[in-house]
Design a binder for this molecule. Sequence first.
Ligand SMILES: Nc1ncnc2c1ncn2[C@@H]1O[C@H](COP(=O)(O)OP(=O)(O)OP(=O)(O)O)[C@@H](O)[C@H]1O
Length: 500
Amino acid sequence: METMIFLLFVAGMLVAGVKYRRMMLLVADLRADLATAKAMLAKATVEQPKPKPTHSSYPDVTPTYIDYTPLAGAGKALAKPPSDLRTTLQHLAKIVKGEKYCFPLGWASDGLYSGCFVGDVNHILISGMSNAGKDNAVTGMLLSLALNHSPKDLQIGLIDGKGLDWLGWSNKAHTWMLADEPEKIAAAMARLTEERRRRRGILAAAQCASWDEYQGGDLPLLVVFISELSLLEDATKARELGAWLNSELSAGRAFGIRYIIGTQNASNFDTRWRGQISLFMAGFQPSRSADEPNTGMGTSDLDAIGAIAPSKLIAPPEGAGVFTVVHAPKAATIRVPFLTSQHRKWLLDQLPDAPKKALHHPQSSAVSSRAGSTTQPALDPMLAALLNGEPLLAESSTASSTVLARDNGIKPVFSSTLPSSSTQPILSVSGIPPVALPAIEGIDPDEVQKIVEAAPNYSSRRALCQALFGLSGGAPYNKVKLVCDALGLLNGNQPLQQAA
Ligand SMILES: Nc1ncnc2c1ncn2[C@@H]1O[C@H](COP(=O)(O)OP(=O)(O)OP(=O)(O)O)[C@@H](O)[C@H]1O
């Protein structure tokens, strides 16, 4: 009996032991599961999408480093112009000190090219086959103008009818008019004529011969962008369009109205109004016969001044954003930075919204009423600083070029002194920015600077090499070649014998 009881006790203990062990295993499993769950939770927390940037915390700040490498086959036009419009605006501010209504055109290896609507440029024709980058280029120009001028000083008229590209401008205080459907174009043209006449009346009453003299403060510069001229032709008739353009362009200037006319090819339009264009921005054209109508100069004349004719540019998509800019007798081939839709939206967010009332009465014709009281959003601190001409990027960026500039005592571009605005040429070019020297692997930055600075004094790379290093070949020549290639300097057109 005792044995039975003992055996039962042992069996009970064994069962209990097994249960205990099972329980322990279960607890261990639970712990492991808990640890896994915790790890997953932590990972999920880390990988949670970041909150959307607000207009005051735009994350994508382009460093000050500018890659001055030209795009092969596009003259001096840069392969990768700086994509953040703030960088371009900062350079623009240094070029145009004190001048109003200036805008960037694009970048080349000798700097940023720009123009100004008052004094320099009258009306602009921007052309190029589909996807040449016309709308993107004009967007950058208009955003630059609007960021630098209050709605009281600048109003923008947009005639598009191609799509929804300009929708974001509809509620902005700078937007005087947005005709974004083909059906609205005829009315928009009539409204522009009416506005010109209204301005004429105001100037006549004030006894001013032109808008430039007027001090009333209620006539902002009106910049009108027509995104595709052929849409206007559809809205009227070819002859009527020619006459309308001729009178609006020729008279508009005196009344503070400037036109930017976009078209894929100006060849088939009435030629009279083209005489009113002072700046041509010409993208790729498939035919040589289109060179003259789109630049105001024939192919051989363009060749003679060293400009790349539109028919010799690279076709999009590789050549998108590359334009030959002609303000006779000057010309240059530049590349416009591409603004991503996120960046455009953020820049637009920096502009003040129109007062609500104006939105309910989009046809109200008084420009000044639209340009009145507006709610100005707090500007992004960086943008505000650069518009005030402060050297923000140079101070804040950890970009290699800034570091390089400081370490080597190279004067940053932001403090460079430029000629006064009154002496600026029409196509203004900032001086070759010392801060933007390319970082070239294996070459000391001091040597890069030495080569770049000396290059303009020599007619060939070998002559330059001989002067700097006492040799015209070998490793020194390779250095000179690498630097010159990166910046498009001394392109090797000189015969070798001249070099030594
Ligand atoms: N500066 C640029 N650099 C690189 N790519 C660009 C540039 N500009 C435009 N692109 C590319 O070309 C495309 C078309 O640009 P955009 O709409 O400005 O051309 P467009 O000449 O106005 O065309 P369309 O005449 O067909 O309306 C863009 O979506 C972009 O991919």
